[in-house]
Design a protein around this ligand. Structure first.
Ligand code: SF4
Ligand code: SF4
Length: 311
């Protein structure tokens, strides 16, 4: 097997569903996007999105001597959805253990495999952090295209994937970049309840319910009130509607399964949630990022008044 085949084979054994390769080169074509993004303050207060632009545009500044980029997908489409009737909704990616812990650990194992198998070589992994435009690299590596909902869509499996990136100085045969297959579809644009996709392929972060329920700890824009559709952590609406997600297959990753307690929870239990229960239920989950008080606020936004927490 050549290096690409060996790395792909090992990636699949670690639980990744797709693995593609691209030549590491500058991404100058993205410069206008970043310039506009920074100038117009489209980051909605997420300051890290406007830092390290030069590094984002040039992987050589992130890993000197880099030759190849490896993009990986890890499926989180659940075998069963938590019932939505009489319930608040949390995003599917947050059902189980914190994806940052799980994906980073698997990426690190792949980095070790690469550096041990192909000496001398260096490799560095990134997941949801670091100056690496992962969606651009995923498309260049041929494992999906960035759809009108701005997410990476794999033509055979949809969009319920975590994206990991590895930079390495190993020379690996690149894959064909993926092309756009959204065509004339605009279901995500039409279905987004918040108008966050009014310009297809561009997410208006501050309007997105995912940003509002997870990142925004301040006031909620007045025009979004009443539009949360029972969502208290994340959204998924523009993914659920995407026709390519008909091809989504359930993951086999036990770390991403919800606990029996989370599965059994309905509105009544959510509304009575105490801080102590929150810490126990979400201590190992990405939901802890939003914090107990923001989750309670989200329940109000989602259309219910929470029962006061016990102290
Ligand atoms: S996650 Fe929800 S609010 Fe955000 S763009 Fe998609 S449908 Fe709109
Ligand atoms: S819903 Fe349609 S337009 Fe939106 S990402 Fe999916 S295929 Fe593309």
């Amino acid at each position: 097997m050549n290096p690409a085949e060996q790395i792909r084979f090992h990636a699949l054994s670690l639980g990744f569903s797709h693995c593609g390769f691209a030549r590491a080169e500058p991404l100058e074509s993205l410069r206008p996007f970043y310039t506009d993004f920074t100038k117009q303050k489209k980051h909605a207060g997420l300051g890290y999105l406007e830092r390290y632009t030069e590094q984002r545009l040039n992987p050589e500044l992130v890993l000197p001597g880099v030759k190849s980029v490896i993009a990986l997908l890890m499926n989180y489409f659940p075998p069963a959805t938590i019932p939505e009737e009489d319930n608040f909704i949390i995003s599917k990616y947050a059902y189980g253990k914190d994806d940052h812990v799980v994906v980073k650990e698997r990426l690190q194992q792949l980095v070790l495999f690469i550096t041990k198998s192909f000496k001398p070589s260096r490799a560095k992994s990134f997941y949801d952090s670091g100056p690496v435009p992962e969606k651009t690299w995923a498309q260049r590596c041929g494992i999906g295209w960035q759809g009108k909902n701005t997410l990476i869509i794999n033509r055979n499996g949809g969009s319920f994937y975590h994206i990991g990136i590895i930079l390495t100085d190993l020379v690996v045969e690149p894959d064909q970049p993926e092309t756009d297959h959204c065509g004339s579809c605009d279901l995500c644009v039409k279905t987004c309840p918040a108008g966050a996709l009014n310009s297809p392929y561009q997410l208006e972060i501050a309007q997105c319910l995912s940003y509002q329920t997870i990142e925004n700890k301040g006031d909620t824009p007045v025009d979004l009130k009443g539009k949360f559709r029972h969502r208290i952590y994340g959204c998924d609406i523009c993914q659920d509607i995407c026709p390519y997600n008909r091809f989504a297959r359930p993951h086999a990753e036990k770390e991403f399964l919800p606990s029996p307690e989370l599965k059994a929870r309905r509105k009544k239990e959510w509304l009575a949630l105490t801080e102590q229960e929150f810490n126990r239920l979400f201590g190992n989950s990405s939901v802890k990022r939003t914090g107990f008080h923001t989750l309670k606020r989200n329940m109000e936004l989602a259309g219910e008044t929470p029962v006061p927490a016990e102290h």
